[in-house]
Design a protein around this ligand. Structure first.
Ligand code: GLN
Length: 543
């Protein structure tokens, strides 16, 4: 049976519970254990798919088509274990399922209540599909004490009784703030937070204390005394210089050892951390540097492009190079061609990422044109590929080329996908259908042209990548676009949906309908990002 680790957070939000869970997963994995990491989100949305990236950061898409929390991206990047639909749940989904069951009559005769019905649903979710792993790490979103996270903490309390103390461990993350005026670290917020959690029936076994300064022995003793844990279970977490240093740092502070001790596991092998040391060596001792311009809409919040910025870093790791990202707000350049060109020209690569809606689209199309004309390496992802097709169509004389996503157009180079083959058969969508959970989502295969750049980058002509889109290139326009020099080098296996475009007459110009950034890992950089950064390094020698 799997053992369960429950990760909660106190004092403030944004303490990095996602990175903690991912790092703990990586450390247990490095000791030879099999892990799964799960995220419990207390909000009422069924999934984050319809939330603004400004609210929630990026929506991470799994192979099996879940639109999920961005922390699942950290889990995958740190452990290499592909997340599944069953690894993220929200209060909204739990209530939706319970209410559907109630309407069906499944609870006939019963009053449906938070305890036991909601807590049972949370427990079922935690326990489902865990037979093949040694540890399940369950991260509870939000902060202990929030009204909305109460049912989750209650479910943990019950699970600790159901499964037994030796099979469950509670790790609580807190903040130990530095008060400058007093010149002191303060432990009181941690004490209050642990008291709050304990009052709900969950006493933590390990405390991870985020802090700006080293926690002195005396303060550690104080935390241990008031929070009822051993001194060694007060693990300090100083700010890290890179997220990829976090597993190494937490290991040297004893996190994995303390968690294993709490489980009374004494014979665990020492962790093999070579791959993490190798990543840090590549980050610290880089041999080249490039600056990539990302022309997007949500550039004010780096979390909105989390996987993308990590995949760029991974592309750098593959080339032993440091990647600087210049975030450019596409909207500011809608009518400012000259200033956009001045911004982009000194850069070594231009990337137009995924996105939704018309705002900023003319700025993105202008960025594609500048990249094409000035022969700057260009990478278009999802909406970015669609913008590259619109730009190509306009260059081919179809001046009114646009996407039906932006409103009615006489030249719909990009249009709504109305049907496609999914693993469950033909999928159909109407223009006025629901927006939540109805895109072409998750992993789909594509076939690549034998002599294409794409095939040589992948080293294969059959690939599988993750998708999240509602619109597609209208194949009616393919001949006109090909005449202008675009090559459709990747198609869905039935030949109906364009998946990759490229320009053979350009140093590096690739657009993809899918999201390669979601599958890139630091120890296994995605080939498209590795190749894009390689081309950008060559460009850096020219400018
Ligand atoms: N808005 C576009 C579509 O739905 C692109 C989506 C994306 O970039 N993820 O097709």
């Amino acid at each position: 049976m799997a053992r369960f680790i429950f990760v909660t957070g106190g004092v403030v939000s944004s303490l990095g519970k996602g990175l903690l869970s991912a790092s703990l997963g990586a450390l247990l994995q490095a000791r030879g254990f099999k892990v799964r990491i799960r995220k419990f989100d207390p909000y009422l949305n069924v999934d984050p798919g319809t939330m603004s990236p400004y609210q929630h950061g990026e929506v991470y898409v799994t192979d099996d088509g879940a639109e999920s929390d961005l922390d699942l991206g950290h889990y995958e990047r740190f452990t290499g274990v592909s997340a599944r639909q069953s690894d993220n749940i929200t209060t909204g989904r739990i209530y939706r399922d319970i209410i559907a069951r109630e309407r069906r009559g499944d609870y006939l005769g019963a009053t449906v209540q938070v305890i036991p019905h909601v807590t049972n649903a949370i427990k079922e979710f935690a326990l489902a599909d865990t037979d093949d792993v040694d540890f399940v790490i369950c991260e509870i979103g939000g902060t202990v004490g929030d009204i909305e996270s109460l049912p989750f903490v209650e479910a943990i309390r019950q699970l600790r009784n159901d499964l037994g103390r030796d099979n469950t461990v509670s790790v609580h993350t807190t903040l130990v703030p530095w008060i400058k005026a007093a010149g002191e670290l303060k432990t009181k917020p941690t004490q209050h937070s642990v008291r709050e959690l304990s009052s709900l029936g969950v006493s933590p076994d390990v405390l991870l204390c985020r802090t700006e300064k080293v926690i002195p022995n005396s303060e550690r003793e104080k935390i241990a005394l008031f929070c009822n844990v051993s001194k060694s279970a007060v693990v300090q977490a100083l700010d890290a210089r890179s997220i990829y240093d976090v597993p190494l740092q937490y290991h040297s502070e004893g996190l994995d050892e303390e968690v294993l001790r709490a489980f009374r596991i004494e014979d665990a092998p020492e962790p093999k951390l070579e791959r993490w040391h190798d990543i840090m060596d590549r980050l610290d001792n880089y041999e080249g540097e490039v600056t990539i311009g990302v022309v997007g809409k949500y550039v004010g919040l780096p979390d909105a492009y989390k996987s993308l910025s990590e995949a760029l870093v991974h592309g750098g790791l593959a080339n032993r190079s440091k990647v600087h990202i210049r975030w450019l707000d596409a909207e500011l350049f809608e009518h400012e061609d000259a200033s956009l060109a001045a911004e982009l020209e000194p850069l070594h690569g231009i990337l137009v990422p995924g996105g939704f809606g018309e705002r900023g689209s003319e700025g993105k199309i202008a960025a594609v044109r500048i990249a094409r004309e000035r022969e700057i390496p260009f990478f278009g992802i999802c909406l970015g590929m669609q913008m590259a097709c619109i730009e190509g169509a306009r260059a081919a004389g179809i001046e009114q080329a646009s996407s039906t996503e932006f409103g009615p157009t006489p030249e719909p180079v990009i249009g709504l996908i109305t049907e496609w083959m999914g693993s469950e058969g033909l999928q159909e969508r109407a223009a006025d259908g629901d927006l939540g959970g109805t895109m072409r989502l998750g992993a789909y295969d594509a076939e690549l042209g034998h002599n294409s750049r794409a095939a040589s980058i992948y080293g294969s002509t059959s690939i599988s990548e993750r998708h999240r889109h509602r619109y597609e290139v209208n194949t009616h326009y393919v001949p006109a676009l090909e005449k202008d020099g675009l090559v459709f080098s990747g198609m869905s296996p039935d030949g109906r949906l364009p998946e990759i475009i490229e320009r053979p007459d350009h140093p590096w110009f690739v657009g993809v309908q899918f999201h390669p950034e979601l599958k890139s890992r630091p120890f296994n950089p995605h080939p498209l990002f590795a190749s894009f950064i390689h081309a950008s390094l060559q460009q850096s020698r020219l400018v």
